[in-house]
Design a protein around this ligand. Structure first.
Ligand code: PLP
Length: 385
């Protein structure tokens, strides 16, 4: 198999697994216990907190563990939003469901949610944000990089606009962490969501960065762990693995991101040169180094995925972290794509373990599969070779 769905999830790094193992076996203590088992677990958690903080240049006390990107986003939105009932929250029309769905809930509670539009590349215009901020705005949440088309948003400018008006700015950086450099202090963001399984760590663990001085209402109540923000006995093994994944991501950052960029440049050029009627979607330059998103006109994306899977390639049409796989991409709709363009879309997301040989094999397989699907398509006259 050639695994090209790293935006959905990544394989666990061998060193991450090694680091986790003792905490699934002999080091099983509860980190809140006083005895040595407990103390060892607590120490491991605090080490991981440091590793995560280090990756994004935060202070360890600003990192709160959650069960993943979804919970981090929910905590940010409900945690800040509910401090000002019925206030205005600004987000975008291309967010992941882990933002859109909590926003719908807040809308039911009387919040005024405004969805900023994007251009044909999926970019938000900072001037649009400026126009829509009001006295009543409590929070702005804009994703760092889009999970479908890979477009990177102007986070520094957007955060700056909010800072000037004293409005809290959150960014869902689940896809961006480990792919592009992130320094929360330089960016001036107030909150930032991270997920471990996108950076070769375990699933079901993530973190929310909350800048010192920002107060949040908890969403989960109980024993008061994570400084009262997120009660529940900590998932020690996962936290340890997440910490290690962040450490490795920092150490290998330049090597990994340039390798993924080279491979995706190579693959993209080859696909565009060797397969007719293909377009690369998303921004041509402001995009994640590991993301390629294409439209193969005259092809149904889901048929394409099934055929690719039969031929040993795992890819995606868009977001796999949603159960609504049937629904047409809201991201491509917001970018103004036609039904035909949406239907023929394919996301290829590379990871740190891909290689050049896999890129060559992918092009050969794609060429054949696209040709075959076009030959039976109702649009075959238009798009045949
Ligand atoms: N936000 C974005 C942009 C994502 O791509 C994803 C997962 O695909 C999530 C949030 C959800 O993260 P998790 O799977 O850790 O809950």
């Amino acid at each position: 198999m050639i695994y090209l769905d790293n935006a959905a999830s990544t394989p666990i790094h061998k060193l991450v697994l090694e680091e986790m193992e003792p905490f699934l076996k002999e080091q099983f203590g509860n980190p809140s216990s006083i005895h040595r088992y407990g103390r060892k677990a607590r120490k491991a958690i605090e080490k991981a907190r440091n590793q995560i903080a280090n990756l994004i240049n935060a202070n360890p006390s600003e990192i709160f563990f959650t069960s993943g990107g979804t919970e981090s986003n929910n905590t940010a939105l409900f945690g800040v939003g509910r401090q000002r009932p019925e206030s205005k929250i600004i987000t975008t029309s291309i967010e992941h469901d882990a933002i859109l769905e909590p926003c719908k809930e807040l809308e039911k509670e009387g919040f005024d949610i405004f969805y900023l539009p994007v251009d044909k590349y999926g970019l938000v215009n900072p001037l649009d944000l400026e126009t829509h901020l009001t006295e009543n705005t409590s929070l702005v949440s804009i994703m760092f990089a889009n999970n479908e088309v890979g477009t990177i948003e102007p986070i520094f400018n957007l955060a700056q606009i909010c800072k000037e008006k004293n409005i809290i700015f959150h960014t869902d950086a689940v896809q961006a962490v480990g792919k592009i450099p992130i320094d929360v202090k330089k960016l001036g963001v107030d909150m930032l969501s991270i997920s471990s399984h996108k950076i070769n760590g375990p699933k079901g663990i993530g973190a929310l960065y909350v800048k010192k001085g920002i107060s949040l209402n908890p969403v989960i109540f109980g024993g008061g762990q994570e400084n009262g923000l997120r009660s529940g006995t900590e998932n020690v093994a996962n936290i340890v693995g997440f910490g290690k994944a962040c450490e490795l991501s920092k150490i290998d950052f330049l090597e990994n991101s340039s390798k993924m960029q080279e491979l995706s440049n190579y693959l993209s050029k080859k696909i565009i040169n060797e397969i007719p009627h293909v377009t690369l979607n998303g921004h041509p330059e402001l995009r994640l180094p590991n993301n390629l998103h294409f439209t193969f006109l005259g092809v149904n994306g889901e048929d394409l995925l099934i055929k690719l899977d039969e031929c040993g390639i795992a890819a995606s049409t868009g977001s796999a972290c949603s159960v609504h796989i049937q629904k047409a991409s809201h991201v491509l709709q917001a970018m103004g794509f036609s039904h035909e363009q949406i239907s023929g879309s394919l996301r290829i997301s590379l990871g740190i373990f891909n290689n050049l040989e896999e890129m060559n094999q992918t092009v050969e397989i794609l060429k054949n599969v696209v040709k075959e699907l076009r030959s039976v398509s109702p649009l075959k006259e238009k798009y045949s070779f």
